[in-house]
Design a binder for this molecule. Structure first.
Ligand code: GNR
Ligand code: NI
Length: 170
């Protein structure tokens, strides 16, 4: 049975770790994918990067479908093309609970990745999927969406989340 994994919260330093490529898509990785999918659906969220559950390997799960029944698994993902057209979207993050703000990204991207069987595929994404792909790839590079916001907003968010953590621990 898949298990729910604890999610790291910003500004936890482990979120700033750059993930290493997966060397072999084996049972260990498939178990991680199952656990990450369960963690994402339970949260609930539309995406989750391994970095967020303190595993520093290049694994992402995404499901932007209405019924939450179209799991997309991206292992060693690479963006092969991004549109010049940009889109501003109000983002949130499971590692930055309760904080939402506008981020500008490419409107469409093409991404090449392995699936959970080690099979290579390339997909073109737009809309929320394109946003999510870029948001999750940033996590694998140790980047959290708040880093696109002004330094003042970042420091306010850090203060707010540290206070929340203290209250949750008390
Ligand atoms: O669940 C999530 N929703 C979301 C909304 C707008 C832009 C990005 C996201 S991703 C987020 C889940 C998450 O934190 N993934 O890393
Ligand atoms: Ni996130």
């Amino acid at each position: 049975m898949a298990k729910t994994l604890p999610i790291l919260h910003y500004p936890d330093a482990r979120l700033f770790t750059k993930a290493k490529p997966v060397a072999a898509v084996d049972e260990r990785i498939r178990t991680l994918v199952q656990d990450m999918a369960k963690t994402m659906y339970e949260a609930p969220g539309v995406g989750l990067a391994a970095t967020q559950v303190d595993v520093h390997e290049r694994v992402v799960v995404i499901d932007v479908s209405e019924a939450a029944n179209e799991l997309l698994v991206l292992i060693n993902p690479e963006i092969t093309w991004r549109s010049d057209e940009r889109l501003v979207y109000e983002e949130g993050c499971l590692s930055v609970p309760g904080i939402y703000d506008k981020v500008e990204r490419a409107e469409r991207v093409r991404v090449k990745a392995l699936d959970e069987h080690g099979k290579s595929r390339e997909i073109e994404a737009d809309g929320l999927l394109a946003i999510c792909v870029q948001h999750e790839l940033d996590h694998l590079d140790g980047k959290v969406f708040v880093e696109y916001l002004s330094p003042l907003k970042q420091s306010r968010i850090k203060t707010r989340l540290r206070k929340q953590e203290r209250q949750a621990a008390a």
